[in-house]
Design a protein around this ligand. Structure first.
Ligand SMILES: Cc1cc2nc3c(=O)[nH]c(=O)nc-3n(C[C@H](O)[C@H](O)[C@H](O)COP(=O)(O)OP(=O)(O)OC[C@H]3O[C@@H](n4cnc5c(N)ncnc54)[C@H](O)[C@@H]3O)c2cc1C
Length: 375
């Protein structure tokens, strides 16, 4: 029996698998498809990302450096309100390669990382969890039974002391175990124009209902256009309006869910959620890569697979790290829905050089930032 079965090998699952394996636990990590695919993410992250990957990977993963954002109340061509630093505040990275790099780190730490393994059912028992897993055959592979697993070709049963649900916004672990859903799920879309652009500002248009549309320069990888909006909005129509206004043709259209607002609990008897499965995202950007990995570290530090009572330590620990930032991020997002004249006044008053960290809305209230605003 494994100590931990990790369902989903995105950033949260890979990070937890790496840290738990490095701590000496026996870890299996199951990914339903090929790690990193399909892409549904901009990979726009604060420079904190480099604390999570080997130094050698940095130049491979980085596509562009960004030092600010131009906010617009309207579309392209409308007045812009720049927020910036003198140095890079964020990086645009190759998200597919990020996932592969993080999964490789988990393997090197000793985790048994398997692709083509879809978890289809989970049962919590008194002393273990039992996972039903559907295994995709590879060419020339007649299946087989993996170490620590029983079952026939095509399906396996895997047992572990605990299960980590790192399986994204539409989490099978969360739903199978009847754990509560996130507060809200937005629909995000993006696509690319191949023209290289190494500009160091992203553009943010407050034109999508209750969220925003964006343009991200990705260096030689081109330019990304995207937006997110609540359910019921026609995101394709909004996306066409955005790219028409920019007068660009895009391809490689991607689409994904963005959970906002963590539920009251993300743990049960022998299961815990990390990352998008737990809605550990920034409400004002939808970004979840760094919050998910932050929570993964808390889980690896606090949870003892032999002691279910330690799940409460994880629940308290990740909220201590992220709950205030998420609450403040929700307030920032509320400003996206203010009347346009109020938005213009606010943006004009606040724009300029900033001292804030893009993952920490609390830095907006730092002494340094408040001094700048008052001056
Ligand atoms: C349009 C869009 C743009 C975004 N842009 C950014 C951004 O710029 N910066 C940022 O920080 N965040 C961004 N995000 C959010 C970011 O993608 C997520 O927060 C992040 O991927 C969450 O990581 P995760 O590991 O929790 O989940 P995921 O990355 O979703 O990984 C979950 C993994 O679980 C696997 N899985 C699911 N079900 C099963 C199962 N039953 N069995 C086995 N495996 C399973 C999936 O295949 C997947 O690989 C964006 C999201 C969208 C939709």
């Amino acid at each position: 029996m494994y100590d931990f079965a990790v369902v989903g090998v995105g950033p949260a699952g890979a990070r937890f698998a790496r840290r738990a394996a490095a701590a000496g636990h026996d870890v299996v990590a199951l990914e339903k498809g090929e790690i990193g695919t399909p892409l549904a993410c901009s990979g726009h992250v604060s420079t904190d990302i480099w604390e999570y990957v080997p130094d050698a990977a940095e130049s491979e993963l980085r596509q562009n450096r960004v030092r600010g954002a131009r906010f617009h109340v309207g579309g392209p061509g409308s007045r812009s309100y720049p927020f910036y630093k003198r140095e890079a505040v964020s990086n645009v990275i190759d998200r597919v390669e990020l996932d592969r790099t993080l999964a490789e780190c988990a393997r090197e730490a000793g985790a048994d990382v398997r692709e083509g393994h879809t978890v289809t059912g989970i049962e919590e028992r008194d002393d273990r969890v039992v996972l039903e897993v559907s295994v995709a055959g590879r060419d020339g592979d007649d299946g087989g039974t993996a170490t620590g697993a029983t079952g026939s070709v095509g399906t396996e049963t895997i047992e572990a002391r605990m299960v980590a649900g790192c399986d994204g916004p539409v989490s099978r672990v969360r739903r199978s175990l009847g754990m509560p859903e996130p507060g809200e799920t937005l629909h995000g879309v993006l696509a690319f124009d191949d023209a290289p652009d190494d500009g160091d500002f992203v553009d943010v248009h407050l034109t999508a209902p209750r969220f925003f549309a964006w343009r991200i320069p990705r260096g030689d990888a081109g330019v990304e256009y995207g937006l997110a909006a609540p359910p019921g909005e026609d995101v394709t129509e909004l996306f066409d309006a955005l790219t028409d206004a920019y007068d660009v043709e895009t391809d490689r259209f991607c689409s994904g869910a963005i959970p906002i607002g963590p539920p009251d609990t993300v743990t049960s008897d022998r299961a815990f959620l990390i990352g998008d499965a737990a809605a550990q995202t920034k409400p004002f950007t939808g970004g979840g890569i760094l919050y998910g990995m932050t929570a993964a570290d808390v889980a690896a530090d606090r949870i003892d697979p032999a002691e279910p009572a330690t799940l409460a330590d994880y629940e308290a620990g990740w909220r201590a790290e992220l709950a205030t930032e998420i609450r403040l991020g929700k307030l920032i997002r509320a400003c996206y829905s203010l009347p346009e004249p109020v938005q213009r006044v606010g943006l004009r008053a606040l724009s300029g050089e900033i001292g804030v960290h893009m993952d920490r809305p609390s830095s907006f209230f730092s002494r340094k930032q408040l001094r700048r605003l008052l001056s």
